[in-house]
Design a protein around this ligand. Sequence first.
Ligand SMILES: [Fe+2]
Length: 195
Amino acid sequence: MSPFMMSQKVHHRIHQYADEIRLAMKEGLTGSNLVERVTQLKKKLLSQPINISIESEQYSNGNYGRLLLHQDEEFEFIVAAMFWPPGSTSPIHDHGTWGVVGVAEGMLDVTKFDRLENEPEPILFSRPTIRAFPGMVDTVNPPHDEIHLVANPSKDSITISIHTYGKLMITHNVFDIKSGLAEERMLPQLTYPRI
Ligand SMILES: [Fe+2]
């Protein structure tokens, strides 16, 4: 049995969304222009419910689960759904690429950080946390807007978010709040078959 469920209609909408990103890239959009276009496309995608479910074993032990929805062979970007159990949180991290994140179900707290290069160790400054609800979209855009932490603040409901990144990542940089130093760490595996 497949570890996930998604209707043909949602499948089609995800691929339409990916096609529109491809079109933007073919037009030559890059940097913040591309992130802005993808943000608009993501808002359109999330204007209708995205019903995706996976077996709960895929995101047990407080960890989040990742489901790869699209990997673009030509332009390298990916679209993935993430499943956040109640109370789960990511470390403070960056991805080394642009990203557009939207909430499909539940709520997601997003906190961004600024990093000041300081001797002997850098300093991390937290920005105010933003609580995102279904349909809301946020972005990460290196080099000045990329360090962040995401968490599901709910005590009893799962959060599902749809992430679009400039490339497939196996690792990310995890930051220590006290020292401000970064360490490269493996991401939870994308264990699901491509759709
Ligand atoms: Fe992230």
